[in-house]
Write a protein that binds this ligand. Structure first.
Ligand SMILES: *Cc1c(COP(=O)(O)O)cnc(C)c1O
Length: 220
C-alpha cells in the first residue's frame, strides 16, 4: 500500500474543526512521500528513529515541524536538539535533564511530553501514576529551564476490544487534566494519543494530537 492523498485530505478536514493536530508518522517511508504530503499542506511529521530523522531533516523543507515519537536515548539528544519541535516519549528525569542541557547548548527551549503507561502490556514505555508524581515532584524541586513540559503522550493496548482502548484513553485524559491544573500554565495544552487504529476514540476521549502513520502512508 502507498501514500493515500485522498485519505489525508479527508482526515485533515475531519480534525481541523476539532482543533486536533495531525502528526503524520513517516517512519520507514521515503522523503518523496513526505514531500507529497508537505505539498498538500501537511507540516507536522513524526519519526521514531534518530538516524532516520537525521537523514530526512536536511533534505526536506525547513518549516517542517519534526516530532520525535520514539524512545529517545540520552546519547542521541544532542543530534536533534537544534531543530526538534516536540519530543513525545519522555519518561525519566535523567532524559529530561539531558534534553535541558542540550537545549541550553543549542540556545533554545525544547518542548516535551511525558509518556504515560496506560496499556496493560509490559512492552510499552512510560510512567505509571506513582512514577509520574515522583517525576513531577523532582521537576518542581529542581526545575529544568531548557525544557517545557507541554503535556502527555500515551499508547493504548493493542487490542480489538475498543472498550478497553477507550477506558485507557479516558484514564490518560483524566491524568492530563489533573496535571494541567497543577502545572498552572497555558502551554500545558497537548495530549498526544491516538494512532491509525484508534484515533477516533482518542479524539472522543480528549486527545489534542493524533499520530497517524499507516492510514496515510500505507502499511509498513
Ligand atoms: C508508528 C507509531 C505511530 C503510528 O502508528 P500507525 O498505526 O501506523 O498509525 C504512532 N505513534 C507511535 C509512538 C508510533 O511508534
Amino acid at each position: 500500500m502507498n501514500l493515500n492523498l485522498a485519505q489525508y485530505q479527508h482526515l485533515a478536514e475531519e480534525l481541523a474543526p476539532k482543533n486536533v493536530t495531525l502528526v503524520a508518522v513517516s517512519k520507514t517511508k521515503p522523503v518523496e512521500d513526505i514531500k507529497t504530503l508537505y505539498d498538500a499542506g501537511q507540516r507536522d511529521f513524526g519519526e521514531n528513529y534518530v538516524q532516520e530523522l537525521l537523514e530526512k531533516q536536511p533534505v526536506l523543507p525547513s518549516d517542517i515541524r519534526w516530532h520525535f515519537i520514539g524512545h529517545l536515548q540520552r546519547n542521541k539528544v544532542r543530534s536533534i536538539a537544534a531543530f526538534v519541535h516536540l519530543i513525545h516519549g519522555v519518561d525519566s528525569y535523567r532524559l529530561l535533564h539531558e534534553i535541558h542541557k542540550e537545549a541550553l547548548r543549542a540556545g533554545r527551549q525544547i518542548d516535551c511530553l511525558l509518556q504515560i503507561h496506560i496499556a496493560n502490556e509490559e512492552t510499552k514505555f512510560g510512567l505509571d501514576a506513582t512514577e509520574l508524581a515522583e517525576l513531577w515532584a523532582q521537576l518542581t524541586a529542581q526545575p529544568l529551564t531548557g525544557v517545557r513540559i507541554r503535556g502527555m503522550m500515551g499508547m493504548a493496548s493493542f487490542t480489538d476490544n475498543l472498550a478497553i482502548v477507550r477506558e485507557e484513553f479516558q484514564h490518560l485524559h483524566s491524568l492530563f487534566v489533573q496535571y494541567q491544573s497543577l502545572a498552572g500554565y497555558a502551554a500545558f495544552d497537548t495530549l498526544s494519543m491516538g494512532m491509525s487504529a484508534d484515533f477516533r476514540i482518542a479524539v472522543e476521549s480528549g486527545s489534542t494530537l493524533v499520530r497517524v502513520g499507516s492510514l496515510l502512508f500505507g502499511v509498513r
